[in-house]
Write a protein that binds this ligand. Structure first.
Ligand code: ZN
Length: 280
């Protein structure tokens, strides 16, 4: 491993709001399982944890108390790791989705528009987006812009320019959600090019859902971006349908892939610097 290789921030999306233990027994549901799974991922090279919390029956939750216990556990067992809480898992529930922002995590996800999801509308009204963004500024939380289509990138840039988001922007290009933007290389290239043109100081991550996960990992490493993996996005290991053994195994796969593209996993301290976050 040489220091001249460009560091790659590996995000692990450990849980999400959809997959259950029936889909893959490795999906962590309780806070204790989530902390354990994140710690193993951290040791495998992840420097950013994207987190949802669940009720005991597996349904998605937005309980700030539960988020608080998770943050506490992660700070203890994954020192320096960037903690990002999801504001996306309870679409339709309005401001409840931002009820945990006063916990002041390092980051939180923020979608700057609406789109269709596999079975519903992913609803982000202009009023709600502005409210979530204002809460993030008030609590010193850096947003990760979840871009499910091109318009969301333009909207994020506009919000940064008029002060509703504190820059520099960090954008995640999400591809492969059924009924939203599919995994498409020309569109991906255009996202990268457009973000560079509109916000030259922005950083970005590529996230591929389902079968697209590994493909987006490769495209992102090649184009100089950062990578996301984890059971939230994909429960399978390969095309054969075999289940992914764990979040840590998915992280290790990206960490191992880095060298092929002249990259290496970023340390938590490097990741914080790249995203203009305070040191841990
Ligand atoms: Zn999520």
């Amino acid at each position: 491993m040489t220091t001249t290789m460009t560091p790659c921030i590996i995000t692990v999306a450990i849980t999400g709001s959809v997959p259950t233990k029936k889909d893959n027994p490795a999906v962590p549901i309780t806070v204790a399982e989530q902390v354990e799974s994140t710690q193993a991922s951290f040791e495998a090279g992840a420097s950013l944890a994207h987190c949802h919390v669940r009720n005991d029956d597996g349904t998605t939750s937005s309980d700030p108390e539960k988020f608080g216990r998770l943050v506490e556990g992660l700070k203890k067992h994954c020192p320096g790791m960037i903690i990002q809480l999801s504001t996306g898992g309870r679409s339709g529930n309005g401001r409840e989705r931002g009820g945990m922002l006063p916990l002041r995590p390092d980051m939180a996800s923020l979608s700057t528009g609406s789109c269709n999801f596999p079975t519903r509308v992913y609803e982000n009204s202009p009023e709600l987006v502005d409210w979530l963004a204002a809460e993030m500024i008030a609590n010193n939380v850096k947003p990760e812009i979840e871009a499910f289509d091109l318009s969301m990138i333009f909207q994020a840039v506009k919000m940064e320019q008029d002060g509703r988001i504190k820059g520099p922007l960090h954008v995640q290009f999400v591809m492969g959600v059924k009924n939203a933007m599919p995994v498409d290389k020309e569109t991906f290239d255009y996202y990268v090019k457009t973000l560079k043109r509109l916000a030259p100081n922005a950083t970005w991550t590529g996230a591929g859902i389902g079968k697209g996960q590994l493909m987006l990992n490769r495209w992102s490493l090649e184009a100089g971006g950062h990578c996301r993996t984890g059971l939230e996005d994909n429960i399978r290991w390969d095309e054969s349908g075999k289940l992914a053994p764990s979040n840590a195994a998915l992280v290790k796969r990206v960490a191992d892939l880095c060298a092929e593209y002249g990259r290496r996993p970023a340390t938590p301290a490097e990741a914080r610097k790249l995203l203009s976050l305070a040191a841990a």
